[in-house]
Design a protein around this ligand. Structure first.
Ligand SMILES: [Zn+2]
Length: 111
């Protein structure tokens, strides 16, 4: 069957994470003063252009775990991820099963 649907969805999310890492590398220069920045929703929908607002500290807390992603409320896909935290502007999800393995394998911080 090749790459399963779960793996494909997880790959999409990992792609958005890569973009957010680039955003972070730019804003990092301005220091982390609690200022809130716009990150891209890291959901499984490749066409999603939603933005989520997080401080550098909040974003770093998500990135500390390779299976966690930050997405807009309601963008979670129940069979590949579990909602672990709900904020007004965004939610945190944790990848499960095959999707979790893909997320970990593609973690840019795991090198
Ligand atoms: Zn989304």
């Amino acid at each position: 069957m090749g790459a399963s649907r779960d793996e494909r969805l997880a790959t999409n999310e990992a792609f958005f994470r890569t973009i957010n890492e680039r955003i972070l590398s730019v804003v990092d220069r301005f220091g982390s003063d609690g200022h809130v920045y716009s990150f891209i929703c890291e959901c499984a929908n490749p066409a999603c252009m939603e933005r989520v607002s997080l401080s550098i500290e909040e974003y770093e807390a998500v990135r500390a775990d390779g299976t966690r992603f930050v997405i807009a409320p309601g963008h979670d896909v129940a069979d590949i991820e579990t909602v672990v935290d709900t904020e007004a502007d965004h939610i945190l999800v944790e990848k499960t099963g095959a999707a979790g393995e893909v997320a970990t394998a593609l973690d840019p911080r795991a090198a």
